[in-house]
Structures are given as structure tokens and as C-alpha cells.
Ligand binder design. Structure first.
Ligand code: KIV
Length: 277
């Protein structure tokens, strides 16, 4: 996928059995690097609350936070489809709120699509938003905005009843018009079954490799976030350690006077300086 990615690219990827790559980002420079690396789609996740703002969960993230960071990511992503998360209570309260807030993420955040959490209960919102011409990505399984209802970070869909509900929710969000669905912390065999049953792509995070695409939080992938590391994370680099080494070296060089050196200085003629005494 080298042209501007859209919901059509997602559809075609599923039809052609091509994997979709997604990562989260929260600012311009990181979005630009991901875009230049050919990542298909960037999610401005409300995981912003954890990895950028330092909250314990995603509950306190606001529309203003999502618009501010979403707009920065959109400026950096020339080809990748930018999806912005609808934060807690920006869509659960009513269809009207969902429409107004999805619209703000498109107009002010310059999103290409929005994502919201939940199954059947939020289908009226998914339908209304898609009817307004805004593509919706759904999110099932471990939905972090309901963390207090789940009682913690737990794998979802493990019992027969829970697995059935997850499959029904997946069918419902597809029927309501979602163009893709994130499956988070779902047993891989169940995610594979859902992937086979749906015509829209599934994007897995802790849901095995049979999903149509994958997503990770970039700080997890780069080893930059140590508060907690879920089992499904693979660290592709230890950037956190590299950063800490660089910060320490900078500190030492400032203390010892090695930095800044001549090559980092601006010059002025001695005559001008002499005239100042
Ligand atoms: O907020 C987020 O980063 C997410 C992904 C983990 C799917 O929803």
C-alpha cells in the first residue's frame, strides 16, 4: 500500500489477504516517521492517557486532548489513514453527542476515521456516525474505557457465553456500518473465527496472528514505557535505554563543559565585542 490509505484500502486488503499494519502515535514527528516507514494506518489512541499524559487509565482523556494530539498526528501523516479515538463519555451518552464529537475529531483533528469501544450497545451511534459520512472503527474484547466494569486487564471471551457475545457483537458492529474492528486481548482461536465470519477486517492486539491486521502502542514496541507491559507486546528495540544513555551523556557533557563545543557556537567579530566594553 503506497498511495494514501483509506477505508477502501482496508476493504481491499481483506479481499486480497494482505495484512494491515497499524501503530498508535500522538505527535507530529513520530507520525511522520511511521508514515515514512509505510505503516498503513495510525491510531491516535486514548492510550494517550497512559503513555503520554501519565494517567492510570484512559477515563480522564478529553475531547480537547484527542483533538490536540490528533491534529498533530494528521499533520505528520501524508499517506497513512489517521484514526482518532473517541474518548470516554464522548459517545456513550447519546447519538447526538456521538455525532457532534465524531464531527469535531474530523473537522478539528483532521481524522480520516474515528474509533469507539463497544458492541451492540453502541451500534445506534456507529450507524448514525457512518450515515453522516464518517468511517467508524469498532473496538471489542478488552475495551479499556470499561476497565472498572471488567475489574482489571483481563483476556475477554474465554467462556462459551462470553465468546458467543463477542461474536454477536462483532457481527452487530459490522452490520451497523463499522469498516474495521479492533480485537483486544481475545484468545487467538476466537479472533481467527471472528476474522473468518466478518467481511470487514479485524485488527488484533493480543488476539493472535489470524487477524487481518495488527496494532501496537508504539512506546511498547520501542521499549519506551515501563509502567506495565502486557503479554502480547513484542519489543522491537530498546529505545528507552538508548534515550536514557543519551540524556546521561548530555548531562555529563554539560557539567564537564564538553557541550556545547565550538561547532555548536555562533560567531560575532571581536571588534564588535570590544566596542561593548
Ligand atoms: O487507545 C489505544 O491505543 C487503543 C489500541 C490499543 C487499540 O485503543
Amino acid at each position: 500500500m503506497s498511495q494514501k490509505t483509506s477505508v477502501l484500502t482496508f476493504k481491499n486488503a481483506k479481499l486480497n489477504n494482505e495484512k494491515i499494519t497499524m501503530l498508535t502515535a500522538y505527535d507530529y514527528s513520530i507520525a511522520k516517521l511511521m508514515d515514512e516507514s509505510g505503516i498503513d494506518s495510525i491510531l491516535v489512541g486514548d492510550s494517550l492517557g497512559n503513555v503520554v499524559l501519565g494517567y492510570e487509565d484512559t477515563i480522564s482523556v478529553t475531547m480537547e486532548d484527542m483533538i490536540h494530539h490528533g491534529a498533530a498526528v494528521s499533520r505528520g501523516a501524508k499517506n497513512a489513514l489517521v484514526v482518532i479515538d473517541m474518548p470516554f463519555m464522548s459517545y456513550q451518552t447519546s447519538i447526538y453527542d456521538a455525532l457532534v464529537n465524531a464531527g469535531r475529531l474530523m473537522k478539528e483533528g483532521r481524522a480520516g476515521a474515528v474509533k469507539l469501544e463497544g458492541g451492540k450497545t453502541v451500534c445506534p451511534q456507529i450507524q448514525a456516525i457512518t450515515n453522516a459520512g464518517i468511517p467508524v472503527m469498532a473496538h471489542l474484547g478488552l475495551t479499556p474505557q470499561s476497565i472498572h466494569a471488567f475489574g482489571g486487564h483481563r483476556v475477554q471471551g474465554k467462556t462459551e457465553e462470553a465468546a458467543k457475545k463477542l461474536l454477536e457483537d462483532a457481527r452487530a458492529v459490522e452490520k451497523a456500518g463499522a469498516f474495521a474492528v479492533v480485537l483486544e486481548c481475545v484468545p487467538s482461536k476466537l479472533a481467527a473465527l471472528i476474522t473468518k465470519e466478518l467481511t470487514i477486517p479485524t485488527i488484533g492486539i493480543g488476539a493472535g496472528n489470524q487477524c487481518d491486521g495488527q496494532i501496537l502502542v508504539y512506546q511498547d514496541l520501542l521499549g519506551m514505557f515501563s509502567d506495565f507491559t502486557p503479554k502480547f507486546v513484542k519489543k522491537y528495540a530498546n529505545v528507552g535505554e538508548i534515550m536514557k544513555e543519551a540524556f546521561k551523556e548530555y548531562k555529563n557533557e554539560v557539567h564537564s563543559g564538553v557541550f556545547p563545543a565550538k561547532e555548536q557556537e555562533y560567531v560575532i567579530s571581536d571588534e564588535i565585542i570590544e566596542k561593548l566594553y
